[in-house]
Write a protein that binds this ligand. Structure first.
Ligand code: ZN
Length: 372
C-alpha cells in the first residue's frame, strides 16, 4: 500500500514487513510485527547503507496514529501483541470506531450500542461472576437453551469483557460482532414483513442468523443476507405502540410501514409495508379526491393479490391500537421517504405483483382544478 501527504510518505505498510517512511529529508525504516526473513535481510542491507532505523514508537505521535488508522482489524490485533504501548494504541476506541462504521453501520444502530454498554457495565461491576443462565438471562454461556431475555440482546461468551478489556468498548464490540457471539437487536425482512430480532453474524458465510420472540426466542432464519437486515428505524421498543407523527398528512399513494401483531397477547409488533389507498366512496380521480381530509385511512397491502382479505383495511386516522383477533392488531404508522427503502420492500413482492405498476399520488396542479 502506498500513500503520501505533504510531510510524510510511507511505502508498504503491511504488518510483518519492513516499512519505509520519508519525513522531510530523512528516510526511516521500521519493522512491523511478524517480520519475514526477506524483510529482516532488507533491514540489515539498509543498515549497511547508512539509513536511519527507527522503532515504530520513535515516530511522531500523529504519524504513528496515521499508520494505525490504515491497518485492518486483524492487523491492529497483531500490532496490539507487540508491546504494552502499541497494545494500548491499537485498541483505542477512535481506531475501532472507524472499523465499526465501515462494516456494521447498516445493521448496528443506537439500540445495539446501548445494549453493548449494558454488557460492559455489567462486566465492570462484576456481574459476570455468577454465569450460566441467571435471572437476567443474557449473562453467561449459551447452553443450547435459548434463555428468557430481560435485555434486548445476548452475549454468548462474556470473557471478552474480562479485566481491562471492558475498557475497550469499540474493539470488544467489533470482535464480538465478528465472532457472532453478540446477538444484537436489529430488524430482519422475512416474507412480507419486517421482524424485530436478535441477530448474530456468521463470518464464514458472511450472513446472519436471527431469532425473534414469539412466546420463546425462536429461530427466524439462517443465511440471511446483509440487505435483509437493518437498524431499527424508530426508537420505539418492539413491544410498544409507536406514536405516529404523520397521520394528519397521509394521502393516497404514500408509502408507509405499519405495526402489526397477530393477537392481543403477541408480545411484540412486527412491521408491514403498505400504501395509502382511496376510500370506497372516492372515484380515485385526483381532481376530486378528498381522501386526505377523511378521518378514515385506507391501508392497502399491494403485496397481496386483488381479492385477498389481506389486501386492504380501513383504519381511523388516530394514534392507538386498532383491530381484532381475526385480522390482527394494527399500531403506529411510519411514512417512508426513502426510495431505497421502498425498493427493498418491492423486491420482496411476489413476481406477479412486482410487474404491476405502483401508482404514485399526483396532487392536482392549479390548472387541473375544477373551476368554482
Ligand atoms: Zn381518493
Amino acid at each position: 500500500m502506498f500513500f503520501s501527504n505533504t510531510h510524510t510518505s510511507l511505502v508498504d505498510i503491511k504488518v510483518g514487513h519492513l516499512c519505509q517512511l520519508s519525513q522531510g529529508c530523512d528516510t526511516f525504516f521500521f519493522l512491523l510485527p511478524m517480520p519475514s526473513k526477506k524483510s529482516a535481510s532488507d533491514m540489515e542491507e539498509n543498515i549497511e547503507k547508512g539509513c536511519n532505523i527507527a522503532s515504530l514508537l520513535d515516530l511522531p505521535e500523529s504519524t504513528l496514529d496515521f499508520i494505525l488508522k490504515l491497518l485492518s482489524p486483524i492487523e491492529l490485533c497483531s500490532m496490539s501483541e507487540v508491546c504494552t504501548s502499541l497494545r494500548d494504541r491499537s485498541q483505542s476506541d477512535h481506531l475501532w470506531e472507524e472499523h465499526m462504521k465501515r462494516k456494521w453501520v447498516k445493521v448496528v444502530g443506537d439500540v445495539a450500542y446501548k445494549e453493548w454498554q449494558w454488557h460492559v457495565t455489567a462486566a465492570k461491576e462484576g456481574n459476570f461472576l455468577n454465569q450460566r443462565i441467571d435471572h437476567y438471562g443474557s449473562l453467561g454461556s449459551f447452553t443450547g437453551i435459548w434463555p428468557t431475555l430481560y435485555l434486548g440482546s445476548y452475549l454468548e461468551d462474556c470473557r471478552i469483557l474480562e479485566g481491562q478489556r471492558s475498557n475497550k468498548f469499540m474493539m470488544t464490540l467489533y470482535l464480538s460482532l465478528e465472532s457472532g457471539r453478540f446477538w444484537f437487536p436489529a430488524q430482519v425482512y422475512k416474507g412480507l414483513m419486517i421482524h424485530h430480532a436478535l441477530v448474530s453474524y456468521d463470518t464464514k458465510s458472511n450472513t446472519f442468523q436471527a431469532r425473534h420472540q414469539t412466546g420463546g426466542w425462536r429461530n427466524l432464519g439462517t443465511n440471511i443476507e446483509w440487505d435483509m437486515v437493518r437498524v431499527p428505524t424508530v426508537g420505539t421498543p418492539p413491544y410498544a405502540l409507536h406514536v405516529s407523527d404523520c397521520l394528519d398528512n397521509l394521502k393516497p399513494g404514500d408509502h408507509i410501514e405499519i405495526q402489526w401483531k397477530g393477537t392481543s397477547t403477541t408480545p411484540t409488533y412486527d412491521w408491514w409495508y403498505a400504501v395509502i389507498g382511496h376510500l370506497e366512496s372516492c372515484s380515485e380521480n385526483v381532481l376530486y379526491c378528498q381522501c386526505h381530509h377523511s378521518g378514515s385511512l385506507i391501508v392497502e397491502f399491494k403485496q397481496y393479490p386483488q381479492g385477498s382479505y389481506m389486501r386492504r383495511i380501513q383504519l381511523s386516522r388516530k394514534n392507538g391500537e386498532q383491530g381484532d383477533n381475526v385480522g390482527g392488531y394494527y399500531g403506529g404508522i411510519r411514512k417512508l421517504h426513502s426510495e431505497e427503502e421502498i425498493e427493498t420492500w418491492q423486491k420482496l413482492f411476489p413476481a406477479h405483483v412486482q410487474r404491476a405498476p405502483i401508482l404514485h399520488y399526483m396532487p392536482p396542479v392549479p390548472a387541473q382544478l375544477p373551476i368554482p
